[in-house]
Design a protein around this ligand. Structure first.
Ligand code: ADP
Ligand code: MG
Length: 683
């Protein structure tokens, strides 16, 4: 049996089930056994019928005496089985599952698990799980053990997934699933064997074994990710940058003047980052730096310094943003910062063309359609990528395909804890701007519960009238999706009408949503900027970096539906001018955990601290803002598990020192390659 066997070869499996597996990316046996359970149901307590105690969750085995349909005195339709295990009989009861009677025949062996209930002095069980057995000794899958529970998707039930995984695992020999890590790494980290780990993660003997299995497989996952990062990094270091920079005394001097001429002093964090970037740009190999910094921490200025160096070397800089609005904003920021310098800045997006293909630009700003455009790219010295959903490896790959190998600076405002960034994006060098420009007032954040809702609205009116400020109102998040659906648009429109009519008559309200054409969106933003509206009602799409300093109040409806990362992004839309800004979190929820999460949010201003807090709240496989943006998800390891991260990092270091030729480890090589492909193909 080979793990690369196609899912189409699964024995006794319907075409539709195979199709469903394919639809969730399970194409081979290997994929299937890597679909891990997220918890276990404990049905491992066996009992005889005679010794049953009410309240116990047990598994019984016996033969079916009778299976019949009944209507209870209260009129409920039930399917009843009388089960005999040689010590006594008991009634097993199901509600409204008529197909069971086609399945169950007298004298068949049945195993059933569930809670023992006492009803009018008679014990019964409503089985939570059951299975027919060919013989009384047969090993059970769905009962009589710790039963794995899988996440159900696209009509695939946990039961079907369990059954198919069981089939594969029972065909598996330790030849088809050989140990792939060197023995000394296993020993040093107290890891169980690979074959054992797969058996025990799905069908554990006990919880301790399940945990050991999880530990082993999580180790594998982080080991491969980090090894891949190191190998990619080594490859990149051997490369020569297409257009190398010269940074001598003259350039140093000009750069110093440029920085001194900025309308403000750089923060220490900005200075440090600039230094790191300059030292990269001096090298013959391409820079691959990942710049992380909260919204408003001043990444664009840092990027501009790098672009200026590129210009001093007579090279172009390409500056890519994920949306037109953002590209336009960057274009404005850059133009403003470079006002008194001879650099030519161009803008090119789907609808706005400030650039002209025949002209030369020192900095070309646009959406990522830029590099597929008509511009000549051979003089690019530096590429800056803001808030793109894809990271280094991918961008590098696509640029190289086009025959260019420039220095690369990737920026994000998503605060990813340092340990996490170093783990997931270890092929990149990391710079963090962990400090806000001085003099910025923290945004006062308030939780507005149901009984304070109207008072909140009154306060907003007063602020608009008295302080001449503008307000964002963000509608509830209807669906977790990057693209906006009609449903969300309709809900936003309704909310807009309600607010205009019932709450804010006499005020000017605008409505912004994702189904508007780019041109309309830009117009609305322009109008808002020009103060034609007091309030801009918007779907959560405005989340990404728009800059309107006169808007100082951010209202978020149904705040509990947003992740902390999104809330933080939204709050970052205000607090840009010199006036005190406010963020109002409206919620109707009274759930203690929800309220606590939102309360914590009101107290923490730093995105990085929020990220750390969020990481603690979440389970394995989810990370703050990252899975939301589809950057990367982990199957089994937890990024909050610092010990594991440390252990795997050390193991990778050891491995690379001891075994210089990875080809001697075909399975490690296969996994690393598979991981790279996954990373590149991810959107
Ligand atoms: P982001 O990191 O979100 O891209 P920006 O680079 O757009 O942040 O900077 C946000 C605002 O702060 C801009 O108006 C910028 O001019 C200003 N700014 C940047 N650095 C400083 C600084 N050191 N001191 C004062 N203002 C700064
Ligand atoms: Mg920015």
């Amino acid at each position: 049996m080979y793990l690369q066997t196609s899912i189409d070869d699964l024995p006794s499996t319907s075409v539709i089930t195979k199709k469903r597996f394919r639809s969730i990316g399970i194409n081979t046996y290997r994929d299937l056994i890597n679909y891990f359970p997220f918890r276990y149901e404990n049905y491992s307590l066996h009992s005889t019928i005679k010794r049953l105690q009410p309240g116990e969750v047990v598994t019984l085995r016996g033969t079916i005496e009778k299976a019949k349909f009944e209507i209870t005195r209260k009129g409920k339709k039930i399917q009843k089985v009388i089960l005999n295990d040689g010590t006594d009989t008991i009634d097993l009861v199901w509600y409204n599952q008529p197909y069971l009677l086609r399945l169950f025949r007298p004298s068949q062996n049945l195993s059933a698990s569930g809670e023992v209930k006492s009803f009018q002095n008679k014990l019964t069980i409503e089985p939570q799980s059951y299975e027919l057995l060919n013989n009384p000794k047969q090993r059970t899958i769905h009962t009589g053990r710790l039963v794995p529970v899988y996440s159900e998707q696209r009509g695939l039930s946990s039961r079907v997934i369990r059954e198919k995984i069981y089939t594969i695992l029972s065909l598996l020999t330790d030849e088809s699933l050989t140990e792939f890590l060197p023995g000394e790494i296993l020993n040093y980290n107290h890891l169980i064997d690979e074959f054992e780990a797969y058996q025990q993660i799905h069908f554990p003997n006990d919880i301790a074994s399940a945990n050991k299995a999880r530990g082993r497989l999580a180790f594998d996952e982080l080991f491969v990710i980090q090894l891949a990062a190191k190998l990619i990094r080594n490859e990149w270091q051997k490369e020569i940058v297409g257009n190398p920079f010269r940074i001598g005394l003259v350039e140093d001097q000009k750069l110093k003047e440029f920085i001194d001429d900025l309308p403000f002093q750089l923060t220490d964090a900005q200075k440090r980052t600039v230094k790191e970037i300059i030292s990269d740009l001096k090298k013959p190999s391409p820079m691959n730096r990942f710049l992380e910094g909260d919204v408003g921490s001043g990444k664009t200025v840092v990027a501009t310094v790098a672009a200026y160096l590129s210009y001093l070397n007579n090279y172009q800089t390409v500056f890519m943003a994920p949306t037109e609005i953002l590209a336009f904003q960057h274009y404005n920021t850059l133009s403003r910062l470079l006002k008194s310098y001879p650099l030519k800045v161009g803008l090119q997006t789907g609808t706005k063309k400030v650039a002209n293909t025949t002209e030369h630009y020192d900095i070309l700003v646009g959406t990522h359609a830029l590099i597929s455009g008509k511009f000549s790219l051979d003089m690019i010295g530096l590429t800056i990528i803001d808030e793109q959903h894809r990271f280094g490896v991918v961008q590098r790959a696509s640029l190289k395909e086009k025959g260019i190998n420039p220095h690369l600076l990737t920026m994000t405002a998503t605060p990813i804890p340092r340990t996490v960034a170093l783990t997931l994006y270890g092929e990149l060098d990391l710079s963090v701007i962990d400090e806000m420009p001085r003099g910025r007032l923290p945004v006062k954040t308030v939780l507005v519960t149901k009984n304070k809702r109207l008072r909140g609205y009154e306060w907003i009116k007063k602020q608009i009238k008295g302080e001449q400020v503008q307000v964002f109102i963000i509608c509830p998040l209807i669906e977790e999706s990057d693209v906006e659906t009609m449903k969300s648009v309709k809900a936003a429109t309704k909310e807009y009408e309600r607010l205009q009519k019932e709450i804010f008559p006499g005020f000017n309200l605008g409505l912004l949503h994702g189904k508007l054409k780019s041109k309309e969106k830009n117009q609305i933003m322009e109008d808002f900027k020009a103060k034609k509206y007091d309030i801009l009602v918007s779907t959560p799409v405005v989340e990404v970096g728009i800059d309107i300093p006169s808007a100082t109040i951010m209202v978020i409806e149904a705040a509990e539906r947003f992740g902390l990362a999104q809330l933080h992004q939204l709050r970052g839309r205000v607090g840009r001018g010199s006036k005190q800004s406010y963020c109002l979190l409206y919620t109707e929820s009274t759930d203690k955990k929800v309220v606590e999460r939102l309360q914590t949010f009101t107290k923490i201003q730093s995105g990085m601290q929020l990220a750390e807090y969020d990481l603690k709240l979440r389970g394995p496989g989810e990370i703050y803002g990252v899975s939301q943006h589809g950057y990367q998800d982990l199957k089994i390891a937890s990024l909050a598990d610092y010990e594991l991260i440390d252990g795997t990092k050390r193991a990778v270091k050891y491995f690379m020192q001891k075994y210089s030729n990875i080809a001697e480890f075909p399975e490690i090589e296969r996994r690393v390659e598979a991981y790279k492909v996954r990373k590149i193909s991810r959107d």
